[in-house]
Ligand binder design. Structure first.
Ligand code: SF4
Length: 701
């Protein structure tokens, strides 16, 4: 056949943070097909539909192939890279001259390679003088990051995927891996211990249907329920006092705090029974290896950080950490969310250092060979504060890389107005057609996954390679090459002389990581990462001196030592806060949003380009409503309904289901209009948007 491959190579998938290994089938140096990699320790030969279609979405008519400049009539003109980067530099510099260096900011992503994130963050903050920059990881992982840092002393998901198979009890809180992380769910299905599966979720999700216990709480009662379970664990004698005494602080305060969360009081408000709470506590308390997992139901909440810490507390007080099958485990969303957490130079100084720490700034300056004065001394604004800065005319120019805020940001109508308010908006993306690109003054065409090299870091801390197996279309360049161009046109060739290619930057990252919990200085080179099926951090020179090849599955905290100065984990609890927008007579339905399908990814920019993936998902937006509510509105399955919140109104098809309770509704985030409805409200510690609690009204259309 003309499509027969002449060689193969491997690369990690570029959609979700599971990080499945794919084998790419090459002909004449170009990938012509792919299959899941059977030897990869993550996916063991499996892939979800998105992974199978990873190459198909590269061939699309709306790929950005030329730099595009906005014309006065509103259209775009293709221009050369020289014109585009001259304009980029002139416009941003003139804004800075007029309004100050802090008046331009960037919004990046969990979708580009770690080396590109490191380069972008260093270029923007050390070279171009920006102070404010954030990533779309604010929308998915900020809560877990904050929770881990406060509880463990470092943003350190402790687990390895083998834990899915080693647990005899798995607890999923606000997490639906059947849909969100299907290959992780496959790992659960490989568990031969007949585990108890406890799901805490207001919807009867696919995962809840497979659970042995489903605590179908009213939305946003998760913190109360977790405290009630903690109270029962303490009262019923399941605490591992030896572990608590040796390895944690704050147990007495926790005990006193949760004593007020009686089963009777919590059952009444949360919609689950006292017996369910007690049964869950008994199960967690008596099983040998309990792992607790959470995703966006927890993270995307106005009290997400404390909820995540309530999960961490349960793992700690029962001694379920550091052993096979245990852990308080945040599952990451995007393919390289962790790259953003460690390397984007946003919330943390590059390499998870601190902007406010003079010693850290000196170390970074020394390792990168730059002046310490070029490093900001304060943390920049989070995403929401950057948007607020636009409103207040303090941010006048914005550089958006591989993310789509005009679709995905909370209270979308307001977000779009703010993008239009900017003096200059640059969008760097692989497609020219995203909702955000429609607002751009300049579009920079970027190569995609499969068209460039670098590393991604998955949910279990595994560095893996992405590879150039296709040529990018037209004039599109890798984000790395675009950054090299920006550095040149900005006059920063000298500062970034060492940042020549992704592997050179990886070596800089290794130097920066020395002495950090995320130390990767023991990795030899990219080839070793490839040979080993990825390498989980930490892998320091000391680790490497004791063992040539890292074990394929490694977890943290086997020695009970955490990253605070006293080496103990902190047990943290706080008062439950009221829901910011409760339902009322005018808006009587609580709307939740989330992932709706295995076949679509986030704002569908890539996955909608695959005819196969499109067929697996309804084209029209839909809203899941309960059978009783549908009957009272005289609405049948498939009828159009109008969904209205205080912020916007849209039409969607009714999907009448028993899986959401009466008075609740669910809309997938993949549809463009969904965030017209959502409430702009944030976790006070992580600044993560609370996407899952907007009061709406639903009417027959
Ligand atoms: Fe890719 Fe995630 Fe699907 Fe694996 S589960 S194939 S990483 S999208």
């Amino acid at each position: 056949s003309t499509l027969a491959a002449d060689t193969t190579t491997t690369a990690v998938c570029g959609f979700c943070a599971t990080g499945c290994g794919l084998r790419l089938h090459m002909r004449d140096g170009e990938a012509v097909g792919l299959t899941p990699e059977t030897k990869y320790p993550v996916n063991l030969g499996m892939a979800c539909p998105k992974g199978w279609e990873a190459l198909r979405v590269l061939d699309s008519d709306d790929r950005a192939t030329d730099p595009l400049v906005r014309k006065p009539d509103g259209g775009f003109d293709p221009v050369s890279w020289d014109t585009a980067l001259t304009l980029f530099t002139d416009r941003f510099k003139s804004i800075q001259n007029k309004y100050g260096k802090e008046s331009i900011a960037f919004l990046s992503t969990g979708q580009i390679a770690s080396e590109e994130m490191a380069f972008l963050g260093a270029l923007a903050k050390f070279g171009m003088g920006m102070v404010h920059g954030d990533g779309n990881t604010r929308q998915c992982m900020a809560t877990a990051v904050t929770a881990y840092k406060e509880s463990f002393g470092f943003d350190a998901p402790p687990y390895t995927y083998d834990d899915f198979e080693q647990s005899d009890c798995l607890v999923f809180v606000g997490s639906n891996p059947c849909i969100g992380h299907p290959i992780m769910w496959e790992r659960v299905l490989r568990n031969r211990k007949s585990p108890e599966i406890i799901v805490i979720d207001p919807r009867r999700t696919e995962t809840a249907m497979a659970a042995t216990q489903h605590l179908q709480l009213r939305p946003k009662n998760d913190l109360s329920i977790l405290y009630a379970i903690t109270n029962q664990i303490i009262q019923r004698g399941y605490v591992d006092h030896s572990f608590v005494d040796q390895h944690t602080t704050g147990f007495e305060q926790l005990r006193e705090h949760v004593a007020g969360f009686t089963t009777a009081s919590v059952a009444e408000q949360s919609g689950i029974s006292e017996e369910q709470i007690i049964r869950a506590a008994d199960t967690i308390g008596t099983k040998e290896a309990v792992s607790l997992w959470w995703t966006m139901g927890v993270n995307q909440s106005y009290e997400g950080t404390r909820t995540a810490q309530a999960i961490i507390n349960i793992a700690l007080i029962t001694g379920n950490i550091g052993r096979p099958g245990t852990g308080a485990n945040s599952i990451t969303g995007q393919c390289n969310a962790m790259g953003s957490r460690l390397w984007s130079n946003t919330t943390n100084l590059i390499g998870h250092h601190k902007f406010e720490d003079a010693g850290d700034r000196e170390k970074v300056a020394r390792e990168l060979g730059i002046g310490v004065d070029s490093i900001p001394t304060k943390v920049g604004w989070s995403y929401d504060r950057i948007m607020e800065g636009i409103r207040r005319d303090e941010i006048k120019g914005l550089w958006v890389i591989a993310t789509n805020p005009a679709h995905s940001w909370i209270h979308q109508g307001e977000a779009r107005d703010l993008l239009d308010k900017l003096d200059f908006l640059v969008v760097q993306d692989m497609y020219h057609s995203t909702e955000t690109a429609r607002h751009a003054d300049l579009i920079l065409p970027a190569a995609a996954w499969g068209e460039k090299d670098g590393t991604f870091i998955n949910s279990e801390r595994r560095y893996s390679l992405i590879k150039k197996v296709r040529k990018a279309p037209g004039l599109a360049l890798s984000d790395f090459s675009i950054l090299r161009g920006v550095a040149h046109y900005w006059g920063l060739d000298e500062m970034f002389a060492k940042w020549t290619d992704p592997e050179a930057v990886f070596r800089l990252m290794q130097q920066l990581s020395v002495g950090q919990p995320c130390d990767i200085s023991g990795i030899n080179d990219y080839q070793q990462i490839d040979r080993c099926g990825g390498i989980q951090w930490p892998w320091s020179q000391r680790d490497a001196s004791e063992c040539d090849v890292p074990e394929p599955q490694r977890r943290l905290f086997a020695d009970g030592k955490f990253y605070h100065d006293d080496e103990k984990a902190k047990l943290i609890a706080a008062a439950v806060t009221p829901m910011p927008e409760p339902t009322d007579d005018e808006f009587p339905v609580m709307l939740m949003t989330g992932r709706g399908t295995v076949s679509q990814w986030h704002t569908q920019t890539r996955t909608s380009k695959s005819p196969v993936l499109r067929k697996l998902y309804p084209r029209d937006p839909y809203v899941e409503i309960n059978t009783l509510d549908a009957r009272s509105m005289d609405v049948s399955n498939g009828d159009w309904v109008r969904v209205t919140s205080r912020r916007g109104s849209l039409l969607a098809k009714a999907m009448v289901v028993p899986t959401v309770r009466s008075g609740q509704a669910f809309m997938p985030m993949h549809y463009e209009a969904t965030n017209q409805l959502t409430l702009s409200h944030f976790d006070p510690y992580s600044r993560q948007p609370s996407y899952k609690n907007s009061a709406v009204r639903i009417e027959r259309s």
